[in-house]
Design a protein around this ligand. Structure first.
Ligand code: HEM
Length: 345
């Protein structure tokens, strides 16, 4: 049906998996033996944070040579482990008492690995969610009930569920990736019945994601998210408890800024935004009521997800912050602006 499109995109070329989309379900089991000290600390991090002994353990680490890490898979696991260790080190005493600097033994490798992956030297969405899991049963469907996070922060079952629900939403987006591409090919081929079907499928995936988004309400309390978990996702720089930045000993004499880990860098919604933006004029120029209606369902799907997301941000961030977080009005205006753009308002 879509033979006319010559330039088919191969997802693998863009580091997108056909089975897990933007998430990486094949994160390495283990780094080479030489890096065992990082594994030892990251896998015991919850206890160390709860006993406030992260500094004690990290300060004794020897400086390991990150150049001995080979390939994306090792670099990703190293970023994941080091980002958790750094977050534990900086925030072990709560958001009001962060450490102003991190020692060479984690600063140099974390900075180096981040550079090699073109990621900021701070815990990222990919560390907490996209790479931080394994299927419980590899043969069963990948839903939040069949995934296990590998590295955790305090907050017990609620923290685990935060990670599982978040990843479940990313994984639910998987069918939409191919649908968006197929919609592009169909548009190129002026094949409006295929285009309509693709857009209907994208809209249905967005509805499913919105349903899953509401899953946070059942498993995560606002106080655990705001008072425990979100502390580890604060970056360093303006509007954080470390406004001057974080000193990376052995890397730079000046403190470093890096903003951290909300799901804002997800590729899911931006992919649909971009695809619909491209097709907006094409679709609207056609007088095909079914196609227009499928297109509008997608826009509604995006806007409904964003409305659900605004409720989440209100419950988990705005209300518990009670005026204590700088820049929150700007943030809400930004989220509402994105939602309204989805509906074309
Ligand atoms: C408890 C769960 C969540 C909380 C507390 C939360 C919080 C936030 C906050 C505070 C922002 C503002 C901008 C920023 O931080 O950079 C944001 C933006 C964003 N979040 Fe979330 N988020 C959550 C879950 C999700 C999930 C599951 C997704 C989708 C996979 C998502 C997608 C986005 C997107 C795309 C933006 C950018 C604004 C937009 O395009 O509408 N978030 N989120």
């Amino acid at each position: 049906m879509m033979e006319g499109s010559n330039n088919k995109i191969n997802l693998g070329d863009f580091d997108v998996s056909e089975t897990t989309g933007f998430a990486d379900g094949d994160i390495l089991e283990k780094l080479p033996e030489y890096f065992q000290p990082w594994t030892n600390i990251s896998s015991r991090l919850v206890d160390l944070i709860e006993n406030k002994t992260v500094w004690e353990h990290v300060d004794k680490l020897e400086l390991l040579d990150h150049k001995k890490l080979n390939g994306q898979a090792e670099l990703r696991l190293a970023h994941l482990q080091l980002s958790f260790i750094v977050a534990g080190y900086v925030w072990q005493n709560g958001p009001n008492n962060p450490t102003k600097g991190i020692p060479k033994c984690i600063a140099i490798p974390f900075y180096g690995v981040s550079e090699r992956l073109s990621l900021p030297p701070v815990i990222c969405y990919c560390d907490v969610i996209l790479w931080n899991w394994r299927p419980v049963d590899p043969k069963a469907p990948l839903t939040k009930d069949n995934i296990k996070p590998l590295y955790l922060f305090p907050g017990g079952h609620e923290t685990e569920m935060f990670m599982r629900v978040s990843l479940g939403i990313e994984l639910a987006f998987l069918p939409a990736i191919q649908c968006v591409l197929n919609a592009m090919y169909a548009a190129e081929d002026s094949d409006s019945s295929s285009l309509t079907k693709c857009l209907e499928d994208v809209a249905s995936t967005l509805r499913k994601m919105t349903e899953l988004l509401n899953g946070y309400h059942d498993v995560l309390s606002a106080s655990t998210f705001f008072n425990v978990l979100s502390n580890f996702f604060k970056g360093y720089g303006p509007n954080t408890p470390l406004p001057e930045g974080l000193l990376f000993e052995g890397v730079s004499d000046k403190p470093i800024y890096a903003t951290s880990a909300s799901a804002a860098p997800t590729s899911t919604l931006p992919l649909v935004d971009a695809a619909l933006g491209v097709k907006h004029t094409e679709v609207m120029n056609q007088k095909d009521a079914v196609l227009t209606s499928a297109f509008e369902s997608c826009l509604r799907g995006l806007a409904d997800f964003r409305s659900g997301h605004i409720k989440i941000v209100t419950k988990y961030v705005v209300v518990p912050a009670n005026g204590s977080v700088p820049g929150i009005d700007d943030l809400m205006n930004f989220l509402k602006g994105m939602r309204n753009e989805s509906t074309g308002n």
